[in-house]
Design a protein around this ligand. Sequence first.
Ligand SMILES: C[S@@+](CC[C@H](N)C(=O)[O-])C[C@H]1O[C@@H](n2cnc3c(N)ncnc32)[C@H](O)[C@@H]1O
Length: 186
Amino acid sequence: MRARRESYPARSIYKLQEIDKRVRLFKKGDNVLDLGAAPGSWTLYASKLVGPAGRVVAVDRAELTIGAPANVTYINADALAVEPDELIALINADGFHSVISDMAPRTSGQKFVDQTRSYNLFCRALELSVALCRHGGNFVGKIFQGEDFEKARDLVREAYVKTRIIRPTSVRSESYETYIVGLSRR
Ligand SMILES: C[S@@+](CC[C@H](N)C(=O)[O-])C[C@H]1O[C@@H](n2cnc3c(N)ncnc32)[C@H](O)[C@@H]1O
């Protein structure tokens, strides 16, 4: 498997790589909040790009399987319950440059139920991003496309100057997941 050969634990890495190629999310020294980070591919990718002067705060209910690099702080928590103050206290700055969320519910097989759960996780990620992202910062949120999709996109538009809908080519064709990207926090 290519992801493992390149020492990433999950193929979700290609989704973030593709999004990043299109909108250039990270630079050296950035602080990144990674929600739904396990097993850790996105964390590893962001940690390489922000370098030793940057920091990635990785949040998940599940454990990371990567050996966390020195610039990564892992928080074992439910993103629906974690306090924003607890997250901001982990960086030496008053806001994150990017908040990225690949959070996904455990799928039930019932499309509407899964879409609603995904929408709720997306909204929580956006809420944390609005609270913790610095002016000019960026947001990436995964969402299962359903009837709340346009509402989700409009919420991003309210908080970010530019909005992009990106469905990476590495997303399996039968999957209805996509990413809403907000660029430049108002
Ligand atoms: C697709 S995986 C993320 C893959 C990750 N981006 C990577 O590259 O390794 C989705 C993750 O969302 C997490 N998740 C779902 N609901 C969550 C919640 N309420 N709080 C924290 N993490 C959650 C799951 O535990 C799972 O690890």
